[in-house]
Ligand binder design. Sequence first.
Ligand SMILES: Nc1ncnc2c1ncn2[C@@H]1O[C@H](COP(=O)(O)OP(=O)(O)OP(=O)(O)O)[C@@H](O)[C@H]1O
Length: 226
Amino acid sequence: MEGDITSLENSSNIKVGRRSKSQQRQDRKKKLLKKNKKKWETEVEEANELQSRYDSIIPENLKTFADFPLCKKTLLGLKKAGYTNPTEIQRSSIGLALKGHDILGAAKTGSGKTLAFPHPLRSPKYSSYSLISQMLDCLFRERWTPEDGLGVLIISPTRELAYQTFEVLYKIGKQHEFSAGLVIGGKDVEEESAQIGRTNIVVCTQEGYSSILMVPQTLNAEVSKC
Ligand SMILES: Nc1ncnc2c1ncn2[C@@H]1O[C@H](COP(=O)(O)OP(=O)(O)OP(=O)(O)O)[C@@H](O)[C@H]1O
């Protein structure tokens, strides 16, 4: 068998070249899309239908999370995490975020702000703020796959809020196939940075973010896209 490989490589008709990491990633994505074609088509239809409902959102009419134009996976995640009815801050902010508006909100402690917390997204396409549920739907709409690398970067002002945000994200994002990571700094920078390029959603502290930036190739725009 080894002999066969050598003779193939030596043949003048066959070009042996190494594909770049980015090309390999695209190849894997194509394979994945081909394998799940039917499922992807159904999800694209679902995403388009949801998006067409954004303009008619009236917060007062949204009694339960099921009334929000959120994808099935996000809704199931919310349900399994025990979230059925939105709190006031969630009701008034999630609809606006889905429409792509910037939000400045205030509500008392324990009112459910974490789920309705405005998170800056790195995506210019989706304005500068989003919510955990909207963020999951944004990646869903974009047909983001594990192969696409970093899609969302959430920078939290404190470790406590980073943990809290990651916890909620973990709970309600379980039905999605995205990978998520928490970077709080103070750990092996090289190791954390290497993982970031392969992680779809990263929650980090400012300290963690600074460490990421120390390693030049981490935030490769070609990989992260938005
Ligand atoms: N829609 C909801 N339905 C039921 N429980 C909820 C809902 N939203 C949040 N909670 C729960 O309410 C509690 C408080 O939520 P959360 O910590 O997000 O509030 P907060 O406003 O961010 O508080 P703090 O200001 O202290 O950070 C949590 O246990 C959370 O799981």
